[in-house]
Write a protein that binds this ligand. Structure first.
Ligand SMILES: Nc1ncnc2c1ncn2[C@@H]1O[C@H](COP(=O)(O)OP(=O)(O)OP(=O)(O)O)[C@@H](O)[C@H]1O
Length: 774
C-alpha cells in the first residue's frame, strides 16, 4: 500500500508534493463552486419563500365562495383546489431547495472522500472519479465534479482494488481498469490527509476512524464501507435479506447505508416514509437517528415491536415489556408453566398449528360476544354464531364477519328507529345541555319551516334521533371493528384444543386481569388478524429489523403479514440472543433459507473493538473462530477476582473512577440484570459519583459514566466497558454465555471484567491467556 498521509507540519516528499498541491487546488476549486451554487440557491429559495408567504396571505382573495347552486359549489371547490395545489407545489419546491442547501453545506465541509481513476475498455482516456455523499455537476451541468457514492460507477470504489474492475449499468456491465484508488480526509473544507490504497479500503483510514472516541450518536461509514458490507447495502435481489454477523461487524451501519442507497436508487417512487426500522429500545432509536441526516437524507420511520403491540392492545390492558420479560426469565426458575408455554409459543411450527386451528373454526367453534344495548343483551352470541355458520364455509372467516357486521348495522338502524319514541329518550333529552338544544334549534331554523308548530315537532324529532344515535355509538363502533368475536376466549381455547390445558389456564388467569405476556402478543394479534382480516400498511415498502436474533419466528411472520408488500432486511447475531426463547436456538436467524427470494450474507470481520478484545470475546461463543478481528492494537482485557460483593462493588467504583480520570470517553458498567445495575448505581451515587442509570424508557445518554443491564446495551458501544460480576454464580447457564458475550463486545478500546468469587466457566482456560489478571 502506498501511503502519503500528511498532518499539520509534516512535509510531503517531492513526488507526493505534486499530487498534494494538485489535489489541494482541485479541492478548493470544487469548494468555491459549491459556494457559488449555494448563493444562487439562496436567491431562488428567498424568492420562493416570498411567494409562499404571499400565497398564504392572499389565499382567499382570488377565491369566489358561492354555494347557492350545485354548479357554484363545484366551481368554488375547483377554485379552492387550484389555489391549494399552487401553494403546496411552491411549498414542496421550497422544501426541495432546503434539502439541496443542506447537501451543499455538507459538500462545502467535505465535498468528497474518495477517488478512483478508471479507464473503460476501448477508451484511451482515464477518468478520475471523485466520490462524495452527493453528486455535484460543473457550472455547465456537463461534467461530474463529484459522483454520489450510491451511483453505479461509485460501486467500484468499494468493490475493487486497482486492476480489472466493472460496474453495472442498464445495458450490462462496463468493464475496465482502475489505475488509482485514493482516499481523502477533508474536514472543514481543508485537506487533512490522503492515502493511496491497495486491496482493502484504507486500513489506515479505518484505524484512525475506529480509534476515535465513541459518540452518543452513531456515525455514517460512507467513506470506508468494506466490500462485504457493500454487498448488503446494494442488494436488491432479495425479498428477504438476512444479514448475520459478529458483534461490531457493521450490521446496523450497513443497514442504514442501505436505506440511503435505496432512497437514492429509487428516489422517484420511494421516500423515507416508506421505510420502517424496528429497533430494540428507545435508546437505540436515538443512537442511530443521526446517520441518515448526516448523509443528507430524511430519517426513516422507527418503532419498537413493543410500541406497535401496545397501540393494538384493547383498552385497559397491560402488555409486559420485553425487558420485564427478560428480567423475569433471568430471575425466575425457568422450569415453571410459563416456560412450558414459552417453548410452545416460540416453537417455529407454532404458526402452522395456529393456522390449522383457524381452519377448524371455519366450520365450527367461533366464540362470539353477547352484544349489549342499554345494559341489556341486544343480540346473543348464539344468534351471531347461527348467522355466521349458516353462510357457506367456502367464504373466508373475515368475509363472513363482514356480512355479520352488515347484518348487524341494518338491525341497528331498525333498533334506532324503534327506540326513538321510548320514554328513556324523554329522560335523556331533559339532560341535554343548552348548546345541543341551540344547535338543533338552529338547524331547524336553517331548514326554514315557517310553521312554529312544525318547528317544535321537527326539533323534538331531531333531539330524539340525536339521543339514540349517541346511545348506539359505542355499539356501532364495536360492530365496525368486528369486535363481536371473543378473540381472547378463542386464543385460550386454542391451547386446550392443542392439549395444553395448563398453559390455557395460565393465560386465562392473566387475561382475566387484562394482562398480556410478551410472548403472547405476536401469536394473539396474528391469530386475531387471521380471523378478522389483517390491517394493511401498504405505504411501507421496506422493513429493517435490527437485533433480529431476539425475535421469534412468529414475531417475524407477524411483521411480514402486516407489511405484505414490503421487503425485509433482518440483521442479527445468534450469539447475542438475550431472550430465553431465542438463545435456545429458535431464532429465525438460525433457520435455513425458506423462501425463494431469501438470501443470507454473513459479515465476519469485527470493527468495533480492538484486536485483543475481539480475540478475547470470540472465545466466549461457539464458532467464534470464524470471527476476524480488525487489526487495531490496544490493551488486553483485564480481569479481577474479588472475595465478596462489597469488595466487588467497591472495586467497580474505583475502576470507573480511574477510567473517568483518564478521560477515555464513555465508560459503561454493564450488568446482567437491572437490579444489579441499580445496586451499583446507588453505591456510586452514595459515593458522590455522577453516573447515569439506564432503564428501558431512557432515550438519551447524559454524562460519561453509565450503568446499564446488558439487554439495554444492545447495538450500542462504549469506549470502555466494565463487565460487572463475570462470576460463575452470575454467568453459568448456557444462555448466560450470550449475555456475557454481548456485554463484553460493547467495548471499543478497553475491557475490564470483575468477578465476585470464581470466574464464569465461559471464561475458560483457553480464554485466560487473552487477558491480564491483576
Ligand atoms: N466500514 C466501516 N468503516 C468504519 N467504521 C465501521 C465500519 N463498519 C463498522 N464500523 C464501526 O464499527 C462499529 C460497530 O458497527 P455496528 O454497530 O454497525 O455493528 P453491528 O454489527 O450492528 O454490532 P452489534 O451486533 O454489536 O449490534 C461502529 O462504531 C461502526 O461505526
Amino acid at each position: 500500500m502506498e501511503l502519503f498521509f500528511r498532518t499539520k507540519g509534516e512535509l510531503p516528499v517531492s513526488q507526493e508534493h505534486t499530487d498534494w498541491e494538485n489535489e489541494n487546488e482541485r479541492l478548493q476549486a470544487v469548494i468555491s463552486h459549491v459556494q457559488k451554487k449555494k448563493e444562487a440557491l439562496q436567491g431562488e429559495s428567498d424568492e420562493l419563500k416570498d411567494d409562499v408567504i404571499e400565497l398564504r396571505r392572499t389565499f382567499w382573495d382570488d377565491v369566489t365562495v358561492n354555494l347557492d347552486e350545485p354548479d357554484d359549489v363545484i366551481e368554488t371547490q375547483a377554485s379552492l383546489k387550484q389555489r391549494a395545489e399552487l401553494l403546496s407545489e411552491r411549498e414542496r419546491s421550497h422544501g426541495l431547495l432546503d434539502q439541496q442547501k443542506k447537501t451543499l453545506n455538507k459538500l462545502e465541509e467535505s465535498p468528497y472522500f474518495g477517488r478512483i481513476d478508471f479507464t473503460e475498455d476501448g477508451e484511451s482516456e482515464t477518468e478520475p472519479i471523485y466520490i462524495g455523499i452527493a453528486s455535484l455537476m460543473d457550472e455547465n451541468d456537463e461534467e461530474f465534479l463529484v459522483y454520489d457514492w450510491r451511483a453505479p460507477i461509485s460501486s467500484m470504489y468499494y468493490d475493487f482494488a486497482p486492476g480489472r474492475a466493472h460496474y453495472p449499468t442498464l445495458d450490462g456491465d462496463v468493464e475496465g481498469e482502475i489505475t488509482l484508488k485514493r482516499q481523502y480526509i477533508v474536514r472543514g473544507g481543508k485537506l487533512d490527509g490522503m492515502f493511496d490504497t491497495g486491496l482493502t479500503i484504507g486500513d489506515e483510514l479505518l484505524q484512525s476512524l475506529l480509534g476515535q472516541q465513541s459518540s452518543p450518536q452513531m456515525k455514517s461509514i460512507v467513506a470506508s464501507i468494506q466490500r462485504e458490507q457493500n454487498q448488503v447495502i446494494r442488494n436488491e435481489r432479495s425479498k428477504m435479506l438476512i444479514v448475520r454477523g459478529a458483534a461490531g461487524s457493521g450490521k446496523t451501519s450497513a443497514a442504514l447505508q442501505r436505506v440511503a442507497y435505496l432512497l437514492y436508487k429509487h428516489r422517484e417512487k420511494l421516500n423515507a416514509g416508506n421505510m420502517l426500522l424496528f429497533s430494540p429500545n428507545p435508546l437505540f432509536t436515538r443512537y442511530v437517528s443521526n446517520v441518515l441526516p448526516e448523509l443528507g437524507e430524511d430519517n426513516l420511520q422507527q418503532s419498537t415491536l413493543y410500541h406497535h403491540f401496545e397501540k393494538r392492545l384493547p383498552n385497559g390492558w397491560k402488555l409486559e415489556s420485553p425487558h420485564a420479560h427478560i428480567e423475569y426469565f433471568l430471575s425466575e426458575q425457568v422450569e415453571g408453566i410459563r416456560s412450558q408455554g414459552l417453548s410452545v409459543k416460540t416453537e417455529p411450527r407454532f404458526i402452522e398449528h395456529l393456522h390449522n386451528y383457524v381452519d377448524t373454526l371455519s366450520h365450527s367453534g367461533l366464540i362470539f360476544k353477547d352484544l349489549y344495548f342499554r345494559g341489556e343483551v341486544w343480540v346473543t352470541k348464539k344468534q351471531l354464531q347461527d348467522y355466521f355458520y349458516q353462510m357457506a364455509s367456502s367464504m373466508s372467516i373475515s368475509d363472513r364477519l363482514e356480512a355479520v357486521a352488515e347484518w348487524l348495522m341494518k338491525m341497528l338502524q331498525i333498533t334506532e328507529r324503534e327506540e326513538r319514541p321510548k320514554a328513556w329518550v324523554d329522560e335523556e333529552m331533559n339532560l341535554l345541555d343548552h348548546e345541543t338544544y341551540n344547535r338543533v334549534f338552529e338547524k331547524v331554523r336553517e331548514n326554514g319551516d315557517e310553521e312554529a308548530f312544525n318547528e317544535a315537532v321537527l326539533e323534538e324529532g331531531l333531539l330524539r334521533k340525536l339521543v339514540v344515535r349517541r346511545k348506539v355509538k359505542a355499539l356501532k363502533k364495536q360492530i365496525q371493528a368486528f369486535d363481536v368475536l371473543d378473540v381472547e376466549a378463542m386464543y385460550v381455547q386454542f391451547f386446550r384444543w392443542e392439549g395444553h390445558k395448563v398453559i390455557a389456564e395460565e393465560i386465562t388467569y392473566h387475561f382475566q386481569k387484562k394482562e398480556m405476556h410478551w410472548e403472547d402478543a405476536a401469536p394473539f394479534f396474528y391469530f386475531e388478524d387471521l380471523l378478522k382480516g389483517r390491517p394493511v400498511y401498504a405505504d411501507i415498502r421496506h422493513i429493517f429489523i435490527d437485533e433480529a436474533q431476539d425475535y421469534t419466528t412468529i414475531q417475524i411472520r407477524y411483521l411480514q403479514h402486516l407489511f405484505p408488500s414490503s421487503r425485509l432486511t433482518l440483521l442479527g447475531d445468534a450469539n447475542q440472543a438475550v431472550h430465553a426463547h431465542t438463545s435456545a436456538g429458535n431464532a429465525p436467524l438460525v433457520e435455513e433459507p425458506a423462501e425463494k427470494e431469501q438470501e443470507t450474507i454473513t459479515l465476519h470481520r469485527s470493527y468495533r473493538s480492538t484486536q485483543p478484545i475481539v480475540e478475547f470475546t470470540k472465545q466466549l461463543v461457539p464458532n467464534g473462530e470464524q470471527i476476524e478481528a480488525f487489526e487495531r492494537p490496544g490493551p488486553k482485557p483485564e480481569m479481577k477476582q474479588l472475595e465478596n460483593e462489597t469488595q466487588h462493588d467497591r472495586y467497580v467504583g474505583e475502576l470507573a473512577k480511574r477510567l473517568e480520570e483518564r478521560e477515555l470517553g464513555m465508560v459503561a458498567i454493564v450488568t446482567k440484570t437491572f437490579a444489579e445495575s441499580e445496586e451499583i448505581w446507588e453505591q456510586l451515587t452514595r459515593a458522590g459519583r455522577d453516573a447515569q442509570l439506564i432503564h428501558e424508557q431512557t432515550s438519551e445518554f447524559k454524562g460519561a459514566l453509565l450503568v446499564l443491564p446488558v439487554y439495554l446495551a444492545k447495538g450500542i458501544e462504549f469506549d470502555a466497558v466494565i463487565a460487572s460480576d463475570a462470576s460463575a454464580s452470575n454467568y453459568h447457564l448456557e444462555r448466560d454465555r450470550y449475555l456475557l458475550y454481548t456485554a463484553c463486545t460493547r467495548a471499543m478500546h478497553e475491557l475490564y471484567l470483575c468477578a465476585n468469587g470464581e470466574l464464569s466457566p465461559f471464561i475458560a482456560d483457553n480464554v485466560r491467556k487473552q487477558y491480564v489478571q491483576e
